[in-house]
Design a protein around this ligand. Sequence first.
Ligand code: BGC
Length: 763
Amino acid sequence: MKKLCLLGLFVSLASQSVLADNLPAPIENKDAFISNLMKQMTLDEKIGQLRLISIGPEMPREMIRKEIAAGNIGGTFNSITRDENRPMQDAAMRSRLKIPMFFAYDVIHGHRTIFPIPLALASSWDMDAIYHSGRIAAKEAAADSLDITFAPMVDISRDPRWGRTSEGFGEDTYLVSRIAGVMVKAFQGNGANAADSIMASVKHFALYGAVEGGRDYNTVDMSPLKMYQDYLPPYRAAIDAGAGGVMVALNSINGVPATANTWLMNDLLRKEWGFKGLAVSDHGAIFELIKHGVAKDGREAAKLAIKAGIDMSMNDSLYGKELPGLLKAGEIEQSDIDNAVREVLAAKYDMGLFKDPYLRIGKAEDDPADTYAESRMHRSDARDVARRSLVLLENRNQTLPLKKTAKIALVGPLAKAPIDMMGSWAAAGRPAQSVTLFDGMTRALGADSKLIYARGANITGDKKVLDYLNFLNFDAPEVVDDPRPAQVLIDEAVKAAKDADVVVAAVGESRGMSHESSSRTDLNIPASQRELIKALKATGKPLVLVLMNGRPLALLDEKQQADAILETWFSGTEGGNAIADVLFGDYNPSGKLPITFPRSVGQIPTYYNHLSIGRPFTPGKPGNYTSQYFDDTTGPLYPFGYGLSYTEFSLSDMALSSTTLNKTGKLDASVTLENTGKRDGETVVQLYIQDVTGSIIRPVKELKNFRKVMLKAGEKKVIHFTITEDDLKFFNAQLKYAAEPGKFNVQIGLDSQEVKQQSFELL
Ligand code: BGC
């Protein structure tokens, strides 16, 4: 009741300003409300709304508040607690028109409770789990006064050299699009205006994952067909799911930076797709138009960006500095500015902030006594989602699960690595609250734990790489070396291995190796750790590799050396417990790769759904003049969709309900899935379709549906998929989205390579 009254007060406070000239503009009528407000805004107040600033620990708060009260700032990011944001909102309420601020943050895979990195979430192929992770992230972020996130990141990535591969959901258009929609719905819940929701702004629009050579911030050159068919659908899916915002990519597209790209921002996004939300530039991107070489100075950069439809400028001052002069000189129109302001105000409206500027900030007396309190975390949810995201790559002689009675040597630089466990973009997650593999295994083993620990190696022996990884955090370096000589570390680990029944080695990348600005030329596990693995292998003890990494690695040697390999990515706050659950068999792994693992970096790209070619390589028939590298085996190390379980699954009796399909009809594709092993378990049944002959070349196969299924040991189930004409549509040479009559192969498998096939004809 009390809360209701308070809410009423805010409504009247906020409405007062817009009703000042006595024009009726009920807050219920969004368009009228905003138009009326805009009529009262000065040019400076309008331009102030377009400014999004980052709040750093070093920034003078008093000055920021003054700027806000003067109407010079529209929103902030990186200030992430209620007591930090409340004074800023108070300042906004002191401004002439009392336009509320919004508070943004990169809530990517959790807020305080960190869930697995996005690539790992995708590995779960579990839409409920992914939704759940996003919903909890939104609730925690909203409870900390945040209104909007720069997520989901849905850039298709087919080049694992790109460090931001970790932040996306993999290589496949269909899977990433599905997840894009799920994440938007999870963040926005019952609506971006709900107190426990945050607005989603999908990024990085567009094609950021296709940067040349996997080098971050680089150029993208891509045919319209490939864009429409492969790279654009995930952004579209996020927008169709209702994403309130879009963050514009830092890269150029076919010669024009996204931030100045009127085709991308106006013709495609707003006109073709009907997007009505907020477009935010990425960090400093308007200024970077000068560096790109399309603007000669800040004035031209601001002009290009506002003309392209970039509403808010993130962390550069060019709009404030240049827009008034540009307008005066007639180089831009008032409507260019007004359109942008309207989007900012509309987004604030949609976040529920005009009705209640303190919707997520709440009242001071309700602030949590301890922001980091355990009671504010969602540990069991994080553990559950993390378990679902682990992918078992190898398991010779049933090395896993481990017996709790075994004497285990735990080695490797990632065994006690709380920061790395969270992965990059770990929002407000605290390393002190994350469970390392050592912690998780120790807990699982209980009082009788015979775990022997030795570090065994540093992340890297390359000082230059180490310095690079620590370049942003000199005060408290993230990657800390054990100063002992490498051989001493290895000897200690070998001794531990010899004393044990089985060795678990936690190896891979530090989280900073798979991050923004962390492109690699080499996908191997760093040499220091490979030396360790070699020495462990030489002990003859069963060797389990627990991989932590944010991109596919080249694991040719490790595949041979290890008895078991568990891909754990960076699995979040509860990672150590989740991994221990799988290692000891308390959870049966069910993850599947959302991205192909190459044999070597030279094979890139290796995505499974490549176009058909005139001279394909045929396994078993090498010979010359087919498409292959002659100096290595053709094909990936681990294909898209691959992952093992502690039980066995088989597929049989694949059938189609008909050999023909009418344009308006439906076809049933079915297969019998059987758990032929001794344990209950889950797997992912995947449906691929190949359009055999088209007016343009079509991919060798494309994922079109999937189902994650739990079966008891010995249980059988017939799995059905419905195929309609919609599943067969593609963009033709005229960029028209349509299906073409002819033959289609339907493939069902437990990965993208080993499949059963049947065919039908679209009439
Ligand atoms: C990144 C964005 C991020 C922004 C704000 C940029 O460097 O490219 O993904 O949202 O910073 O933190």
